[in-house]
Design a protein. Sequence first.
Length: 476
Amino acid sequence: AEMRFEDAIGLFLTILADLGCRFPRYRIVGRLEALVSLRRTVSMVKQTPVEMLESLPVMTNSSKLVSAALMSRLGLCAWFGGKRSFYLLILTITKMVQMTLSFGLFEFSATSFSDLGWMTLIMMGDVDAAQSFAELALKMEENNKLLWTGKAKLSVVIYVHILHHVKTLHSFSKPLLEGYQSGMRTGDKSFAMWALLNNVVVLYMTGKPLKVIEEQCQTSITQTVELKEEEKASCLRTYWQLSLNLMGSSNNTVEFSGKAMDEKEVLLSTGPSHVTCILVKMSGRYELGAHLAIEKRDQQFLRMKGGVMDAPLFWFHRCLCMFAMARTNKAKERKYMAQAKRIHKELTNSLKNKNPNVMHYVSLLNTEKAALKQKKNQDYVKKLYNDAIIMAARGGYVHDAALAQERFADFLRGIAGDFKEAKYHLEGAIQRYTDWVAMGVVEYLHNKYQDVLAGSSTNGYSKYDEIQICGVGAQS
């Protein structure tokens, strides 16, 4: 029978104790020791000269090598063991980093430094330290072939959990695919498939055509199923079905039911509800999106610091649903605004910490907030909308530029009462969605705004947009 994680943890703790490496077995003591050890280890690494860190010898102590291998497996069991054993994960990471500093490099040194960066983000919120540790781990892996066996995990932890806070996602596909290839070569199929999955996430977030994403999902799912990595396959099916729904290739607009999956039959550890917020936003069902945002607001995997790299994407769509409902439902405006402000603050703080991947999110959310609060200063709000469109388009986010233009049109139609300019921006949004191959969204916009779109126009982009963007994101 397969050993339970609790039993495996107990066995590893016993063996490690016999080797002179002791861990606390009680959670209250363990949590305190883990926090102290984390802060002490972070301080140790910061105080160690870079030249020394980059020239560490290879560990030769056989007893320490055995302990390190056991701690690596203990950490994995602690991760799967959940909150009860999370303190053991932190302790295994800090002990392996300390072993590296004291005795030299071993197989898990680079991954332990990347994990230290991840835990620093989660527990301390220190983005600069996390980035420093991640880049140090990359240098370790690059300079020592001994560490190449952990490249798949390294790429996932560093790019999915750490560097998306400070580096643009447009540069992430190459290292993630290299991590996938390395994992397949070394037998680390689990992290290889995580890297492959997150490459799909990068393609979606950076606005690549939905047809490209849909094809990549199909190819990746085939491989994950063959390798019996069903959790990754389920996540890929969610993105595949999302693409099909947005493309108009599914009868359902909000439910994840169609060619790729049936959400009623697929059980995910996180559930598809976080991705559903994108669908309900794109199909105009803001109330459902706002409800999901309120009910699902505390999911740990969507934490802003240390969470997955697509967490800001889902928080952005949830916040947008909140602002949209505050605009249309005055009776519950305070309720929606309270939640929207909380999410908006988190994204704004991330931008203040120099996250380049949330600039266009914050720009549009700033505009949505201003549209609610500064109704008498419509020229100012119009400028903010144009700025949000330009920022998304110049960043290559065609889907987000389309979304900003769609929201601008809704403002012009519903609040400003300017149907002519609303039509201009609706046609611009439709063109951008068409470039993204989101024909399901195009059909929705045609149905919802029939009154505005009636008549003809010579161009789909606003004059301001044309002048500022100079062709970026547009097609003639």
